[in-house]
Design a protein around this ligand. Structure first.
Ligand SMILES: Nc1ncnc2c1ncn2[C@@H]1O[C@H](COP(=O)(O)OP(=O)(O)O)[C@@H](O)[C@H]1O
Ligand SMILES: [Mg+2]
Length: 420
């Protein structure tokens, strides 16, 4: 049940209004110009704008303002040129102008399947030119995915590499608040929209990303969906296309993913949950390496071991680094490191595990300041362990030829643009 703003011609509005009300939605405003629509976003945030796909109404400024506030847009196109116009702006939530409300409702609930047309960056030919994608995943119960993803990104950046940290968690994206950034800024969903429209360029990535600035190593951040209801924007196709573009933009892409690995093939009591997990599944498929983290207490370890089989079905375990987070004797007893290792070996046949200590003081200081552990608690044990993990498992060798790679890639991009 959504709060809607309508920007439609009188005839279309009259045709739809009965069904809108019947579906339990509230029309909070009816507006007739792009300027009024943008002003209405400043006054109060609707959930959805249903709009005619005309140049006068549907402008790129309006879409940017909607992206910034997490407002979804569904456009009604009366003609083929209107359809093309909406697509040229990167909007795929477009239905026929004569469509009944039920079709618009379907788009609101399910999102749309975006044809897989990837942008120039995603079409870079050589795998050698691509940066590495590292996905941080963990089961339900807040094992520390976001903490690990942020601090892995920070340590890789501090080692002199270019890094983009992307929040693809469709349940509780929290990279932005953890780093003191606006979570209603364009971010990953806007990149997905552009990738769907085949127009995700390096310049666009730099426009929709925010920068975490630090003298010890800055990095790019594509923040997550501010409101969980926006998950349909992160379809598998869009996420895949976006990640292929992002990996040609930077040396390392670090992904903070959701927890659920249920897929479409499984019968689920919640009809929509499989597609809600599409972003996590696509991220794991695209990843060169997966950091799988669990909580080092009895409940956390049993959750991890139950999910371990599902993860192993999805990615080969050679690509997985297992991390047990918040290791502490108060939750496990004497010799917590040894206990965690032997439990994982015995019940999951997992021989190698990175143990990250419980360090509330340091992680609280980082969250409070909106900074990385490297910046907020540089001498903490938890930061030291994550740094060690990065150097031992994720960035093993120095790679001095990155600058040359990037200029080659960008030159190739310009050459293709000029000829095509
Ligand atoms: N090693 C640690 N020691 C103490 N607290 C931690 C540690 N790692 C994470 N936390 C805290 O646990 C909570 C959940 O972490 P978070 O990274 O948001 O989990 P997730 O992304 O898996 O939901 C946060 O309050 C975070 O500060
Ligand atoms: Mg998280």
């Amino acid at each position: 049940m959504a709060n809607l703003v309508l920007a439609l011609d009188r005839h279309t509005e009259d045709r739809l209004i009965g069904d809108i009300v019947e579906h339990g939605h509230t029309v909070v405003a009816r507006l007739a110009t792009a300027r009024e629509l943008i002003a209405s976003l400043e006054a109060g945030t609707p959930d959805v704008i249903v709009i005619g796909a005309t140049r006068a109404l549907l402008t790129s400024e309006l879409l940017a303002a909607c992206d910034a506030r997490g407002v979804r847009v569904v456009a009604l196109a009366e003609s083929e040129p209107d359809h093309r116009y909406a697509s040229s702006l990167g909007l795929h939530e477009v239905v026929d102008g004569q469509a009944p409300w039920s079709e618009i409702e379907r788009v609101l609930v399910n999102g749309v399947t975006v044809p897989l047309r990837v942008g120039d960056l995603a079409r870079q030919p050589s795998a050698l030119d691509a940066g590495r994608v590292i996905a941080v995943w963990g089961p339900a119960g807040s094992p520390g995915r976001t903490t690990l993803a942020i601090n892995i990104a920070a340590e890789i950046a501090a080692a002199g590499h270019t890094v983009a940290l992307c929040d693809v968690d469709t349940y509780s994206g929290s990279v932005a608040p953890s780093l003191g950034m606006l979570d209603e800024a364009p971010g990953f969903a806007a990149a997905c929209r552009l990738a769907g429209a085949d127009s995700l360029t390096q310049a666009e990535l730099e426009r929709v990303a925010q920068r975490y600035n630090s003298p010890h190593g800055a990095f790019w951040v594509l923040t997550g969906i501010g409101r969980p209801a926006r998950w349909p924007e992160l379809s598998a196709e869009r996420v895949g296309a976006t990640l292929r573009a992002v990996r040609h933009w930077v040396d390392y892409v670090v992904l903070d993913t959701g927890f659920s690995l249920e897929s479409d093939e499984e019968i689920s009591s919640d009809l929509f949950s499989p597609r809600r997990n599409a972003a996590t599944l696509a991220a794991l498929r695209e990843a060169d390496q997966v950091v799988a983290c669990g909580l080092a207490d009895p409940v956390g370890m049993s959750r991890f071991l139950r999910a371990w089989g599902d993860l192993a079905d999805l990615v080969t375990t050679e690509r997985v680094t297992v991390v047990m987070n918040r290791v502490r004797s108060t939750a496990i007893g004497m010799n917590p490191n040894g206990q965690v290792q032997s439990t994982l070996r015995r019940f999951g046949n997992i021989g190698s595990v990175v143990l990250v200590p419980h360090d509330q003081h340091a992680t609280d200081a980082a969250v409070l300041a909106g900074r990385t552990l490297r910046d907020a608690a540089p001498r903490s044990a938890v930061r030291a362990r994550i740094r060690q993990l990065v150097h031992a498992e994720l960035v093993p060798e120095p790679q001095p030829v990155r600058a040359a790679r990037r200029s080659r890639a960008v030159a190739g991009l310009h050459a293709r643009r000029a000829t095509g």
